[in-house]
Design a protein around this ligand. Structure first.
Ligand code: GLA
Length: 379
């Protein structure tokens, strides 16, 4: 498909075609920037790039989704406030150049089926696909984790979104039919098999994540404040990752009610991820589902990043036959829920959730029955 579009735009065949998937997080929400644990899976929705070298230093990019083109010079990569979709590509290219890789001019086309602003990490997929594109076009011998970090840096410093490392990591290093258990402190990871008798069903609330960025920054600061205050009571804590439930209780008198609840979400969520990995490896999906449910409650009540629409999707989901667990996924304030559903019940589940959501709020949900997929840079 993407080759065909390349030919249509540039009248020739591409040298390189790459793809990077979106992701859904099964459990471990808002823990990545607290050096904690996450368990995402790459999904079978991708951003695809096709491209070809040019003899000069100009990069021309055509976006199929935005139906527009931009051009930039590799010797002077600037942010584009009008075509902000191009900043992910500009940012990754800029930091590769800055690290001493000499890129060449290129003509590119990109597009895909990861829904935008839905909390399924379409931007991380664009960044990782850009990194994969340069790697393949120029035969760069680089460590995938280096490209993950560089993609995150593009998002943090060039685009200006202070995200953690989860999304870029899973888009790059996901594995087919597996979730990825990642320690966001030292970036140790391992793939955990998913059984094929359960399906990951993603329900898109259709509500764009309006508050997501500003509230995300507020949460990030609150977590930093909480650690500083807990550490001031004499407990060695560099991040909330280091705080045990007993430490948190002991420090409660120095914390405001809000900071206490924010910290309680992170501390309890890290525990849930560790247990979730254990029970998933032992095949205990019922317990895994309970942990997903508890994660939602904690995000809703302690971390306060859910929304009415996400809560309704979760409530309706939990009433259906064959559902093991249901929770919001991603940053929150709109976007999607993730549900673990027995395979034979998945199609009916999808229909019933759509109906229930419409009956409750008059809104249309989109449902994706997903397959855990291979990352862009997986070996
Ligand atoms: C967004 C960020 C991630 C992570 C999640 C919340 O997706 O990009 O780094 O913090 O929110 O878990």
């Amino acid at each position: 498909m993407i080759e065909m579009f390349f030919r249509k735009v540039y009248g020739t065949t591409p040298d390189v075609v790459v793809r990077a998937p979106g992701r859904v997080n099964l459990i471990g929400e808002h823990t990545d920037y607290n050096e904690g644990f996450v368990l995402p899976a790459a999904i079978d929705r991708n951003i695809e790039f096709a491209g070809r070298k040019r003899a000069d230093r100009i990069v021309q990019v055509h976006s199929l989704d935005f139906d527009g083109s931009v051009e930039f010079n590799l010797d002077d990569i600037q942010k584009d406030s009008k075509n902000s979709w191009s900043n992910y590509i500009r940012g990754v290219s800029k930091y590769l150049e800055k690290d001493g890789f000499r890129l060449s001019g290129a003509d590119m086309v990109f597009g895909g089926d990861v829904p935008r602003e839905a909390g399924l990490s379409s931007s991380a997929a664009v960044e990782v696909a850009t990194a994969a594109f340069w790697k393949n076009l120029l035969h760069l011998e680089v460590d995938p984790v280096y490209l993950v970090k560089l993609s995150r840096k593009a998002e943090n410093q060039f685009v200006g979104v202070p995200c953690g490392i989860m999304d870029q990591f899973i888009s790059a290093l996901g594995r087919e039919n597996h979730a990825l258990f990642l320690d966001c402190r030292d970036l140790d990871y391992r793939h955990v098999p998913l059984r094929d008798d359960v399906k990951i069903v993603v329900c898109n609330s259709g509500v764009k994540r309006a508050l997501a960025q500003s509230e995300y920054e507020v949460r990030l600061k609150q977590c930093q404040q909480a650690v500083a205050q807990i550490a001031s009571t004499g407990r060695a804590a560099k991040s909330l990752r280091d705080v045990k439930p007993a430490d948190l209780e002991a420090a409660r008198p120095v914390l405001s009610e809000i900071l206490y609840r924010r910290a309680r979400h992170i501390v309890s969520e890290n525990h849930r991820v560790l247990e979730a990995v254990k029970v998933l490896e032992a095949g205990n999906l019922e317990r895994f589902g309970e942990l997903m449910n508890a994660s939602h409650e904690s995000l809703r009540d302690d971390y306060e990043v859910s929304s009415k629409e996400l809560d309704v999707l979760v409530e309706v989901a939990r009433k259906q036959a064959g559902v093991l667990g249901a929770r919001m996924t991603g940053a929150g304030f709109g976007g999607c829920t993730v549900n673990l559903v027995r395979q034979e019940a998945a199609a009916d589940f999808a229909e019933a959730v759509c109906r229930g959501y419409y009956d409750a709020l008059g809104l249309k949900a989109e449902i994706y029955i997903c397959k855990a997929s291979q990352g862009a840079l997986s070996i």
